[in-house]
Design a protein around this ligand. Structure first.
Ligand code: ATP
Length: 323
């Protein structure tokens, strides 16, 4: 079927996530395969306002599939949130003949895409954030790579904790969402997982450690999402209260980098291809996602308003089996 549009742009915005490059590659190639011209907008909305635009052909995205980060760079732009900034972005799209835009990023970036769509620049959002905190999709690009990185790091830490019979508190990313801590916690057998979605106190952590001790446990991993507590403080408290030597590790940005897992590469490829399909049939103001492994797309504003229940069953299960 002939595409309804002739030229699209693609940008990455907000925090980078492994797999963004795989999505860019998919967008460029899926578009070119349909005879749609593609340009890359560098540095997110800031680059759009500045007209930082480069043509992208199929070979321009060679060898980026396996690379972390984003070849188009990412940025945050306050100016874009102003009326003047938004108008500049629209002018740049019009001057460059950009008839549709694929926005790869998180929910902040999608709000921007919604504003652009409402002003006549059709946009499709592709969810990419390591936090997995976008309700309209089961998984976001980057989440799987992130949790695998955390698992690898915690496994290494555990070797020392086991050898020296210590406790380790590991702080992971997640200011408002505990998916990284929860999934990595299950996968590493963490004694306790502290997430923003489940109220708990340090007393609960101590109780769990003491319970583990009664069952003969000699080493402990506590995973804490950065939004609920700090590893140093918590470590001190655990050591002072239980007498167990306790060490703190803040994993920081290692969690956001690295080569994407096959799962993230496949997801990103599917999302990128679907985003182009939607623009090609004249859709606008959509967000792509995956539900029960099937691709879905939603109205952008409906997607942003969706609420997802935190998987308490997984949290409770971890609590049961981590003694
Ligand atoms: P992540 O949370 O993973 O970092 P994100 O896309 O949510 O990703 P934000 O920094 O929230 O990251 O948003 C990226 C950019 O999107 C902002 O710098 C801004 O230019 C634009 N943006 C954010 N919120 C809005 C909004 N409400 N309206 C218009 N544009 C917005």
């Amino acid at each position: 079927m002939e595409s309804k549009i002739k030229k699209i742009g693609v940008l990455t915005s907000g925090g980078d996530a492994p797999g963004m490059n795989a999505a860019i590659r998919a967008v460029v190639r899926a578009a070119r395969a349909r005879g749609i011209e593609v340009v890359g907008v560098r540095r997110g909305y800031a680059g759009l306002i500045a007209g930082d635009i480069i043509p992208m052909y199929v070979r321009d995205v060679s060898n980026i599939l396996q690379a972390g980060g984003t070849a188009l760079f990412s940025a945050r732009s306050k100016e874009f949130c102003t009326e003047e900034g938004m108008q500049k972005a629209i002018d740049v799209c019009q001057e460059n003949g950009i008839e549709g835009l694929v926005v790869i990023g998180g929910d902040g970036s999608f709000r921007g895409a919604g504003d652009l769509s409402a002003r006549g620049i059709p946009c499709v959002g592709v969810p990419a954030t390591i936090d997995n905190d976008i309700s309209s999709t089961d998984y976001t690009i980057g989440f799987d790579t992130c949790i695998n990185c955390v698992v690898d790091m915690v496994d290494r830490i555990r070797d020392t904790m086991r050898s020296h019979e210590r406790c380790s508190v590991v702080e992971v990313m997640g200011r408002h969402a505990g998916y990284v801590a929860l999934h990595a916690g299950i996968a590493t057998g963490a004694t306790f997982v502290m997430v923003p979605e489940v109220p708990c106190s340090v007393v609960d952590v101590i109780k769990k450690i003491e319970e583990g001790r009664r069952f003969g446990k000699t080493n402990f991993i506590v995973l804490v999402a950065e939004g609920v507590g700090h590893a140093e403080e918590l470590s001190r408290y655990i050591q002072d209260t239980t007498g167990i030597v306790t060490r703190a590790t803040v994993l920081g940005h290692v969690q956001r980098g690295g080569s994407p897992t096959s799962r993230d590469r496949v997801l990103a490829s599917r999302f990128g291809n679907l985003a182009v399909e939607l623009l090609a049939i004249g859709k606008s103001n959509r967000v792509v996602g995956v539900k029960n492994d099937a691709l879905v797309d939603y109205d952008l504003h409906e997607a942003l308003a969706m609420k997802r229940e935190f998987p308490m069953d997984l949290y409770v299960m971890n609590d049961i089996i981590s003694i």
